[in-house]
Design a protein around this ligand. Sequence first.
Ligand code: SF4
Length: 362
Amino acid sequence: MTKALYVHVPFCDKICAYCDFTRVVTHPKLIAEYLGALKTELESYPLNFYKTMYIGGGTPTALNEKELTILFEILKPSSKMVQEYTIEINPESLTLDKVKVMKRYGINRVSLGVQTFDEKELKLLHRSHSFEDIINAINLLRSNGITNISIDLIYGLPLQTLESFERSIHEAFKLPITHLSLYSLTIEPHSEFGRQKLTKVSDEMEELMYFKAIELFKSYGFHQYEISNFTKEQASQHNTMYWHSEDYLGIGPGAVSLLKNQRIENTKNLMNYQKGISHESIIDLSVDDQRYEFMMMGLRLKKGIELERYLTRFNESMNVHYEKQIDELIKKGWLEIKEGYLRCTEEGFPLLNTVLGELLDE
Ligand code: SF4
């Protein structure tokens, strides 16, 4: 049974300068058509009760209360058994009425798009929220019983300094957050940053920022459980399904599904999606592809990959394909096998891409 459902809401009130996601500027007619197409798409699959559901975007809170209610009604039959129900929100578009709608339909986790607490950097990103909006959003959520709150932080921005990044981290931990996701900026050619030919900070600075972040998060009691994710004790159950390479259904334009060893990619073209042409490609994953992904996703977790789970999934020991590479990486001090798990060492974890390159180069 597929345990995870991802729902993509492709609307934003304003387009951020670094953004290359599937999104368009909010428009009531487009939203109504999108909601109709989303319902059709969800109903084209057998009814399923998901363990985790994640509404992402875009900006789901760019929808007004009425539109959000329609969205939640569409998802209601699938949410009967949901344990973790997350929605992404942007601080400036959250209202009391929207929080009430979320609460009524069972939302129990929120991912808040903060990115930075520095007003100048927010402006550069074309983000429309202020520091005050963040505080207000968190207060609204908590006073309505939504206390599992994750925030996103970004580093490597043009003009960002180690000091301004550190300040953002300290500001973040003044808030009652339970989880933090940390991303380095990517300058996509089709984003505003790409068109302006802006460059991010140097590789050395980016590395300094990453290690500084880990050190500071630790001092606030947040441990790294995945290459980009930190918490005291509330890891994202939904994303953990991805890292475990479990099946998930993704609906909405640009959404991706992993179902019965097929990767299904939905069209990113909203017009085509509204016309009911949802699938852009369906790729059959060979056993080699599955194995590759399983290793690549699993080693993103600090805990690593349970050898027993690999055995159950592929009906053979991990050694059959990876013994030589694992031995060499253990000798280098980058991988270790402990308590039934293969995982990166403290030294190997920041070098994950290199480790994966050497491990998976069959
Ligand atoms: S809110 Fe997110 S999806 Fe929307 S434009 Fe900004 S980065 Fe892109």
